[in-house]
Design a protein around this ligand. Structure first.
Ligand SMILES: NC(=O)c1ccc[n+]([C@@H]2O[C@H](COP(=O)([O-])OP(=O)(O)OC[C@H]3O[C@@H](n4cnc5c(N)ncnc54)[C@H](OP(=O)(O)O)[C@@H]3O)[C@@H](O)[C@H]2O)c1
Length: 281
């Protein structure tokens, strides 16, 4: 691989914010963020189809489809192995794929799926890719303002924010939520009403742990704002387009973020269209 070739992966790339990230990268080659040279861009989705290349594609981008399901660990390992074999490593990983059952009463299977996709599956992708990420490589996890800790009781906030928290302890904490939700007393125990909130808080905590434990990489999470996609549209008329929702993740993947790692980025409100700043979560 030529030293100026960069390799990037975006999950959930077939629609919504993921597709908008791909469209922007295909159009610009990342040159608007100072990237030069070739960009090999993997648009990962459950189908593995290659998205149609827009007419105005940058000649420096090679767009490829890749099959990846967050609930199929083998598909994750296969993609990592293929990228390692062909390119030696990866420079950018955008974990965009996610699900939201936008209601309080969901089945046990839907609760498990939400945690499996948004937290466990995304964490698995990070852990599989980290060994092949080049030094200075970036990982961006799409989280949500729903994961902010003001939705959680103080005793849970303290545990999520423990600077020494390990991934095992985080798993245990998420397990406690699952047990309480199964018994129907999660809210009485200080958890938010919707599983999505816990899944994204767990993702924020995992992001911080991975960043702490892998200082050679820049690993951050963000809320893209309230975006008009299949997921965002469940809550009403979302004020942002997918292209606007792509701004914060693109900045975290390619822009000048001053070497910051392990933080949560967002705008001051979910309707704002800026490219985000570090915020407490
Ligand atoms: N839209 C918003 O207002 C908003 C706000 C805050 C955070 N976010 C976050 O932004 C991210 C993107 O959301 P979006 O609004 O673009 O949603 P979307 O349009 O519903 O797209 C979700 C994407 O995730 C993929 N996906 C779902 N389950 C998967 C699995 N098991 N394995 C692999 N891919 C899977 C979907 O693929 P399929 O087509 O195969 O289902 C799709 O590509 C999510 O992480 C979401 O939580 C969105």
């Amino acid at each position: 691989m030529s030293p100026t070739t960069r390799v990037a992966v975006v999950t959930g790339a077939n629609r919504g914010i993921g597709k908008a990230i791909i469209d922007r990268l295909v159009a610009t080659g990342g040159q608007d963020y100072g990237l030069s040279g070739k960009l090999v861009l993997y648009a990962a989705s459950r189908s593995g189809d290659t998205p149609p290349t827009p007419a105005a594609a940058s000649p420096s981008v090679e767009l490829r489809g890749a099959r990846l399901s967050l609930t199929d660990p083998r598909s994750i390992d296969d993609l990592v192995a293929a990228i390692k074999a062909e390119h030696g490593g990866c420079h950018m990983l955008v974990n965009n794929a996610g699900i939201y059952y936008y209601r309080e009463n969901i089945t046990a299977a839907q609760r498990k799926e939400t945690l499996d996709v948004n937290y466990r599956g995304t964490l698995k992708v990070c852990q599989a890719f980290i060994p092949i990420m080049h030094d200075g490589g970036r990982i961006v996890n799409l989280s949500s303002q729903s994961g902010q800790l003001h939705y959680f009781a103080p005793h849970l906030r303290t545990r999520f924010l423990d600077p020494d928290l390990t991934l095992n302890q985080l798993d245990q904490l998420v397990g406690e939520y699952s047990d309480a939700a199964a018994k129907g007393d999660a809210v009485q125990r200080g958890w938010p009403r919707m599983t999505y909130f816990t899944s994204k808080a767990a993702l924020n905590a995992a992001t911080r742990i991975l960043a702490r434990d892998n200082p050679r990489l820049l690993i951050n999470c963000c809320c893209p704002g309230w975006v008009n996609t299949e997921l965002g549209g469940q809550a009403g008329a979302a004020p942002k387009t997918p292209a606007e929702g792509a701004r914060i993740p693109l900045k975290l993947a390619l822009g000048d973020i001053g070497g910051i790692s392990g933080r949560y980025w967002a705008n001051d409100s979910v309707s704002e269209k800026g490219d985000g700043k570090v915020q407490p979560w």
